[in-house]
Write a protein that binds this ligand. Structure first.
Ligand SMILES: Cc1ncc(COP(=O)(O)O)c(C=O)c1O
Length: 399
C-alpha cells in the first residue's frame, strides 16, 4: 500500500513559512499567564474598548429587520456612500460611492488590492519599520518585497527622497502606511503629493494604508487621496478596526478609481461574495454618528501616550519620542540591551511584562521595543513600574 502524500499550492506553502520570531515573546507570555503568572500584556494592537453601545443597538435593530442576506460584491450602497462622503468632505477631489469597495477588514482589503496590482515575482517597495501583517500577504502573493529604511535617529520619519531613490525598474507598487504601525510617523500632505506624482511619472501604483487615520494627536491625518494631484495611480485603504474599536467586526475598504474598482469588485465577488449586510449597515451608522466616541477613545489614547512618554523619559537608559499618532510607543533600549528582542525576553523573564521586539517590524527598529496604548492607564502604570524596576535593579539580564 502506498502512502498518500498531500500536495499543496505554492500559495499555501508560502504561508507555512516560519514566522515564529514575530510572536515568540508574546507566545511565551501567554504560556506563563496560562500557568497562573501575573503577566501584563503590552503587545497587542487590539483596542481595549468595547464597541460603542449605539453601534451595538443599531446592529441589533438591523438584525431584527432581517438584514442577514447576500450583499452586493462592492458593498452596501449606504456604506459606500458614507465612506465617499467622508472622503469628499476633506478632499479637493470629490469621491463617489462607485470609487469604494468594501472588504471584511483592512487585511483583506490590502490582500485584494495587491492581488489585483501585482503578479508573483513582481516587486513591491515598502518603507520599514512596517506593519508585520504585510509579510504574509506578500508571501502568499509571492511578491518580492524591497524595504526602504526610515532610520530611528529621525524618529522613523518618512523621507520621500529615500523612497524615490529605492524605486527601481522592477518596482510595480509602492506601499506606505500613515500613520505608521509601529512608529506613529505621519506623512505630510506635501510628502504624499510628491510621492504620488513621482510614482505616476514612473507608471507605478502608490497604495496607502490609513488604518490609524482617526487616531492622531499632533495634527490631523491627511489622506493620500486628499494630497495627490491625480488619482489614477493611487489607492487608499482604511477600516473601522482601530478607530471604532471594531476589530472583530471585520470591516475595511479600498478607495480607488474606475478600472481598479471594477477589478476589486470582481475579486471581492470571487472570494467573498459580499460582506454581511448588518455589519455594513452598522459600519455606515458608526461613520455617520461617530464624532463623540471616536474622540473619547482618541483622547484616552493620547493620555496613555503621554503617560508612557513621561515615565519612560525618567527611566535611565531608556528613551522614546512622543508619537504623533497611532496606538504604540517605540522605546529605544540600545543603552541597556543588545537588542529589542534581548530586552523583551529578559523583561518577560524578570518582570512578567510582554512587549514586542522591534526587529520583526524592520531592521531600523531592531534596538526598540513596541509598547501598546491599548491598556488602561492603571495597567500601564503598573507595567511601567515593573519596567523601571527591571532597568534600574541589578537583576537586569538583557545584555
Ligand atoms: C497598519 C495596519 N494595517 C492593517 C491592519 C489590519 O487591519 P484589520 O484588523 O482591519 O484587518 C492593521 C492591524 O493591526 C494595521 O496595524
Amino acid at each position: 500500500m502506498t502512502n498518500y502524500s498531500p500536495r499543496f499550492s505554492q500559495l499555501s506553502e508560502a504561508l507555512s513559512g516560519d514566522d515564529a520570531n514575530v510572536w515568540a515573546v508574546s507566545d511565551r507570555a501567554h504560556e506563563l499567564a496560562d500557568q497562573g503568572e501575573d503577566v501584563i500584556f503590552l503587545c497587542v494592537g487590539d483596542p481595549n474598548f468595547d464597541t460603542p453601545e449605539p453601534i451595538l443597538d443599531y446592529t441589533r435593530a438591523r438584525l431584527g429587520v432581517g438584514r442577514t442576506h447576500y450583499s452586493p460584491d462592492a458593498g452596501e450602497p449606504v456604506l459606500r456612500r458614507a465612506i465617499a462622503n467622508i472622503e469628499s468632505k476633506v478632499s479637493p477631489h470629490p469621491c463617489s460611492p462607485d470609487d469604494v469597495v468594501v472588504f471584511p477588514g483592512g487585511t483583506n482589503a490590502i490582500y485584494a488590492v495587491l492581488a489585483c496590482l501585482l503578479n508573483p515575482g513582481e516587486e513591491i517597495l515598502i518603507p520599514e519599520p512596517m506593519y508585520i501583517g504585510y509579510v504574509p500577504i506578500c508571501d502568499a502573493l509571492r511578491l518580492k518585497m524591497k524595504k526602504v529604511a526610515c532610520p530611528a535617529d529621525n524618529n522613523f520619519a518618512f523621507d520621500v527622497d529615500d523612497i524615490v531613490a529605492a524605486i527601481g525598474d522592477d518596482t510595480r507598487v509602492v506601499m506606505i502606511n500613515t500613520p505608521v504601525n509601529p512608529t506613529g510617523a505621519m506623512a505630510t500632505p506635501e510628502q504624499l503629493r510628491e510621492l504620488a506624482a513621482h510614482c505616476r511619472e514612473r507608471g507605478i501604483w502608490l497604495v496607502c494604508d490609513e488604518m490609524y487615520s482617526m487616531i492622531t494627536f499632533a495634527r490631523r491625518h491627511t489622506s493620500l487621496r486628499t494630497a495627490a494631484e491625480h488619482l489614477d495611480n493611487v489607492v487608499v485603504i482604511d477600516g473601522l478596526s482601530k478607530s471604532h474599536a471594531m476589530s472583530g467586526w471585520r470591516l475595511g475598504w479600498a478607495v480607488a478609481q474606475g478600472p481598479l474598482v471594477e477589478r476589486l469588485t470582481q475579486f471581492a465577488g470571487a472570494t467573498i461574495f459580499g460582506c454581511p449586510q448588518f455589519i455594513q449597515e452598522a459600519a455606515a451608522f458608526a461613520l455617520e454618528f461617530d464624532t463623540y466616541f471616536v474622540e473619547q477613545m482618541r483622547s484616552a489614547y493620547q493620555k496613555r501616550r503621554d503617560l508612557i512618554v513621561e515615565r519612560i523619559g525618567r527611566i535611565p537608559g531608556l528613551s522614546c519620542y512622543s508619537p504623533d499618532a497611532g496606538m504604540f510607543v517605540m522605546v529605544d533600549v540600545s543603552r541597556v540591551a543588545d537588542s529589542g528582542e534581548a530586552f523583551a525576553e529578559a523583561l518577560l523573564d524578570a518582570e512578567r511584562v510582554s512587549v514586542l521586539p522591534g526587529a520583526p517590524f524592520g531592521a531600523s527598529a531592531a534596538n526598540h521595543v513596541r509598547l501598546t496604548l491599548a491598556a488602561e492607564e492603571g495597567e500601564l502604570a503598573r507595567a511601567l513600574d515593573r519596567i523601571e524596576h527591571f532597568v534600574t535593579s541589578g537583576n537586569r539580564r538583557a545584555s
